[in-house]
Design a protein around this ligand. Structure first.
Ligand code: 5GP
Length: 183
């Protein structure tokens, strides 16, 4: 895909910045969870690239699982309606759980996930999110591990999509809505 085919205003976070931050987060998690055999839960589909890079950098015994909340269905704004499309395979009762998410925007998705997982009685539950759009928060979210705080703009790449496209970009870029409308 040539760069001119990607409707971006600009690159917000480069591939190098993503790699550096992911390694820092993994180092911190490895320290915090040593001896706890935690379970990392990838929130599909947006977190998949971040999750994979994070996992490769962890230096502890841990397991992985996957969960999928309903998405924005291609819209630029949160519908606020959340439900589970795919549930965990593992029983997390008594486990140390880290939910790995691509981005926290209004906070509605993450709060739904946290409340849902808490009912399963994990030993602990923390959130690790690559991106945080704090300006748009409707509900506070307790996030212990955050990669980057970003402005309230719609971003794509490194797992994040616009109508299911651009997830494969190795960087995070700001979508240019004007370029999309012209198409
Ligand atoms: P929230 O429920 O916090 O409003 O939204 C969280 C979910 O909305 C994220 O997991 C992601 O799927 C989607 N989302 C929020 N902001 C963006 C954005 O800027 N770009 C993309 N591609 N998805 C976003």
């Amino acid at each position: 895909m040539s760069n001119k085919d990607i409707p971006l205003k600009k690159i917000l976070i480069s591939e190098e910045q993503l790699a550096k931050k992911t390694k820092e987060l993994a180092d911190q998690l490895s320290k915090d969870y040593v001896g706890k055999d935690p379970i990392f839960i990838c929130v599909l589909r947006g977190a998949v690239l971040f999750f994979s890079d994070l996992m490769k950098n962890l230096d502890i015994k841990c397991s992985m699982d996957f969960i999928a909340p309903s998405s924005y269905s291609g819209n630029l704004e949160s519908s606020g309606v959340v439900r589970l499309l795919l549930d965990l395979r593992e029983n997390i009762k008594g486990r140390h759980v880290i939910l790995v998410e691509d981005i926290i925007d209004t906070g509605l998705t993450m709060n739904y996930m946290i409340e849902n997982l808490k009912t399963r009685k994990p030993a602990s539950l923390e959130v690790c999110a690559l991106l945080d759009k704090t300006e748009n928060r409707k509900q506070p979210v307790a996030t212990k591990y955050i990669g980057f705080k970003i402005p309230n703009e719609f971003v794509v790449g490194y797992g994040l999509d616009y109508q299911e496209f651009y997830r494969n970009l190795p960087y995070v870029g700001v979508l240019d809505e004007q370029k999309i409308q012209k198409k």
